[in-house]
Every structure is written in structure tokens, then in C-alpha cells.
Design a protein around this ligand. Sequence first.
Ligand code: RUQ
Ligand code: CUA
Length: 681
Amino acid sequence: MERWEKQKRGSQIRWSRAVVGLVLIAALFMVLLMSCSDDEADTGEGAAPSAVSGDAAAIAEARGLTPDDITAALKTYTPSGVHDDYVLFGSGGHSGQVYVVGLPSMRILKKIAVFTPEPWQGWGYGAASSMEVLEEGFVNGNPLTWGDTHHPALSETAGDYDGEWLFINDKANARLAVIDLRDFETKQIVKNPIALNDHGGAFVTPDTEWVIEGGQYAAPLGWEYSSIDNYAEDYRGMVTIWKFDREAGRLVPEESFAMELPPYWQDLCDVGKLVSAGWLFCNSFNTEMATGGVESGNPPFETGASQRDMDYMHIINLDKAIEVAQAGNTFDVKGFPVISLDTAIEEGLLYFAPEPKSPHGVSIAPGGEYMVVSGKLDPHTTVYSFDKIQAAIAAGEWETDVYGVPILDFDDVVEAQVEVGLGPLHTQFDDKGYAYTSLFLEPAVARWSLGGPYADLNEEPDWSLVSKIPVHYNVGHISTAEGDTVSPDGKYLVSLNKWAIDRFLNVGPLLPQNFQLIDINEPGDNLQLLYDMPIPDGEPHYAQIIKADKLSPWEVYPEVGWDPHTQSPSPYATLIGEERIERDGNNVEIFMTAVRSHFTPEHVELQKGDHVTWHITNVEQTYDATHGFTIPLYNINLSIEPGETTTFEFDATEDGVFSYYCTEFCSALHLEMTGYMFIEP
Ligand code: RUQ
Ligand code: CUA
């Protein structure tokens, strides 16, 4: 209560400070504008007096901007040509893609095609490299052309984002994707061999040797049929540990394995770091093992699965599990090695710690010493101590669950509980010793002190709520700059809000989601909302924010004739003068080049019934000189970036005259960048 009063007073003080600030800012603007017009006079270039009224205060007044609005604008406005400091990789939700957003401007830089075809990037419209990756994600030949992306994970070196790789899961179909940050393209999709949906992925170990994919809704492993009446015996949870080969840039199914877990609904995981490196933590819910069936008079899942006061945080000895799997102490599900629940218990790989009511997520503090869990139906966030967990395991005294998994005593392993507010979900960290927890029901983001002591707080170890800032609305995840590393930057927090309601112009009953940028740079009460960014896709779950200078993507492909899928020279690379059409019976192979502003050849003669393999090399090495390529009727659309060689195949089933053309406005003579494909009946 006191704290809230203090905060109210604080905001009054801030307001009067802000009014003074406004006057200063307006004065500053005037000075800047005057010096600006001097420059223009000096260079003799035409000034644009109408665009700058010369009176920032008048603009602010005319637009009804408050002093806070003006500081927010000054903190986020990024002039033309100036680059952002941070890059957010955000899940694209049901779009199955990944958003790339610059901070603090909140400008969208790219949407990376992952699980869903995307025509501009030529993803899934003929180009072999994209078709092969999408097909890797099909199940038993069933084409899956979308994903429910939840949790992006940047690759790490020694617990810090290294800017090389990005992983993301598809909850709907239990798949993981690998994106290469040299060209921001998806290189691999793996289907989880034993589960049909997931949630607790992607999370990486501190050196990205392993990528974690935890399950969600229990089912028989390998999704074999079994009646729901056999839930306790036949249904199982799981976590899958994927080996990542950084050199090859691929997950390696042959070196990966899973662990069988009780049929509780494993939710979200996080990987230990520093002191807790080598351990894995996942929260769970529905330890009641509710099986639903509301239509038959059973309690619905939402009540059945929230009866108990405690669910179980899963504590997994990852290093030891890897040893057990590598020793072959596994059984097979669909040819994939799985450590059985019994083995996990015998070998001491799995422990539980009680966690309050229907938790959602577990977040490891930067030092790895604390695991933070929030129960959606409990106003507290619960902090577990890794040391205490280790001590409790060493003491070896516990109850077990019905499957025999050791349950550590709650009081033995908890370090603190902090009352943060209603509907706490996910927690992030900064560089000042604060933690931030999203409060779905309020909705707000709570800042609280993570044990302390810290310079701006009491000298005593401090576990308490410091401040709160309302968000709009229904916040799920939050993400801080470098927030999942061993050394978060603080500075910015993005609140990923599921409802937008009144924040934007009405666009009909389906609203955008809202990413809100919050300045968390100042200690204490000083949290400032800076920017609302509508996201035209539902439902982006999580995001990670990396320092922009850690990314060094290529400007063009390293050599003319590059295959982006293998990241090596393509055997089909075609240079100027090497263009040709080869025919072998009904098989026709075309080697084409693209350059501003023509394709060679410009005439392609085919017979109905031919099988056509067509390679196009964009021989340009100029930044941004991308060419597109489309053939009508055949659903072909490619994006061929500078240096790239692309291959596509089709059967000439339709005869006629088809004009192909470049779909990127690449030059003054772009409209002339065309050609004819003749298919004789
Ligand atoms: S989820 S809004 Cu991470 Cu999929 Cu919590
Ligand atoms: Cu190439 Cu337009």
C-alpha cells in the first residue's frame, strides 16, 4: 500500500518535472531547428520550411501531446538512415513466421518465412530449397503449411546471445525450425518423432549444443491410439533434447533423444546457466490428470486441471540424461530413443518441486541461481534456489508421486515468494537486479527486486514489489533486452499483449495484437511506456531482443552461384555466357541467368509432358539487387537474391504461351525483364 502511495506521489513529482522538461525540450527544438536552417542556407539546398513549423511546442499543443508523450517520442524516434540499437526476434504466432523488429523505433524489418509459404521470399512457391525444408516438416506425407510459433531462441555462446542462429517451435504440430542469421532464412524443420504438439521449446543450452523441446498435452508416445480411460497408464508427457551441430547448422535427429515424463502437461522450460548449467527446468499443470469430457458430465478441463494447490516443477539433470542416452539406456518410439520414466527415476534424472496453482513458465535468473515460477491463479511469484534444490536432492528424503518421481519438500527449496499481483505469468530480468513479471489479469508488468541488496534499494536482501506499469491489454510474455542471457542489458522491455481493444483505429472484430515498448532504464518507480506497435498476426507469444551489433548478416551471397540451403557454391551455378537448355528425352534442364534487366534465355521451348528442371543464377553482387521470377498458372514465384542460384522443377502439364517475368522492381527497365515459355501441345 505504502509503496503504491509512494508511487502515486512519485508520478506527481514526475509530472511537474516533465512540464519543466517540456519547456526545455521545446527550447532545444527551437535551437536545433534554427541551426538546421543555417546549415541549409550554407549548403544552398532548398529548405523545407513547411515541414518544420519552427515551433515544437505549438506542434505538441496542436496534437495534444503531454510531456510524457514528448519524452517517449524523443526516446523512440529514429531518423531516416539511422539504425536501431536492438533487434527483436518475435514469434509470428499463427502466421508460422518470425518477426524482426528494430528497437527503439519498433519498425518491422522483416518477417522470416518459416513454417508457412511466403510468396515475396519465394518460400514454398517452387524454389527447391524452400520446398525441401517445408517438406521436412510434413507428417506421414500430410502437408502442413502453417505453424503456431511460440518461443524463439537465439543461439548462445557462454550464455550470451551470439547472433548466429535462431530456433523456434511450432506448438500445433511439435516441430522445431532452424534459422541461419547470416541470411535470415530457415534451413531446417524437424518434426518431433514422438509427440503431436509441444510447448516448452525452443530453449538452448549455454553453448547451444542442445535445443530443448518440451511437450504440452499428454498423449501416448508416438501418438498411438489408446482410449482416454487408459490415461494414467498409456498417456505420457515428454521433453525432447535435440543435438545441434553448429558447423552444419542443423539439428541432428540421430544424436537426439527424449525423456518420458508422467502425463502431466509440461508447459514451458528453461535451461540452467552458470551455477545451474547442466540442468533443465520445466513447469507443468494438470497434475490432477483431468481427462475432460464435459459433454458426459465430467468437470471441464479448466476446473479439472486446477483443483490441486500445487503442480510440479520438473527438475531434470540434463548432463546426466545425456550420458544415459549416449550409453544407450533408452527404448525406441518410432525409432527414436527415449529414456523411460523408470530409468529417469533410477538414475536420478528427474525430481519434482511443488509449484503453486496452475503455473505458467519457469524463468532462470541471469546468474542461474534462481528459478522463478508464477501460478496463474496465485498472486505470488515463487523463487526456488538452485543450491537448496541440490541440497534437498543430496539429502535424499522425499515423498514420491504415483509414478515414483521424487517430490522435494516445498519449504526446503523455496528461497522467497513475492506478491506481485493478479495472474502472474512470465518473468524477465535486467542489469539492475530487478525481475519483471507479466500480470495477465491486471493487466500490468510488475518490477520486483530479485533478492538484492542493490545500490538503489535497501541494504537488506530484498524480495519485494518495486513498481508496476499498466499495459494494454492481457499481457502474455514480456521480453527484456538480452533478457535470457547471463548478462541482460535492461534498457527496454517489450510487453506482448494479446488484446489491443482501444489502442488503434477499429479494423473490424479481429484486432491486431499490441507490442508495447517500455523504458526500464531508470531504477525504482520510473517505468515509462514509450510506444504501441500493432502486430497484424495472432498470436505472437514470445520474443528475444539482441544487441544489433551482435548480428552481422551478409549483404549479398559470398559468391555468384550460391546455394543458400547448403550455404555453399551450387553445382548449378550459371555465369554469363554459360546459359543453356539441355534436353534428354522428356527431361529438360534450363540454366538461366538474371541480371538487370534481362533473363537469359528469353525464349524457352518445351513440349507438353516434359519434366522441367530450371536453375536461375542472379549474377549480381550489388546490395539489394534482388530479382523475382514467376511463371503464371504453375504457381511458381521465386526470390533470387544477389549471388543466389535457385532451382525449381515442374511437369509441363498445361500447353500454351506463358510469359515469365521478374517480380521485383529492380531497375528502370524492370518491366522489360521478361521472357516467353512456349509449351507445344
Ligand atoms: S506461452 S503467454 Cu510461452 Cu506459449 Cu505464455
Ligand atoms: Cu529484375 Cu525486375
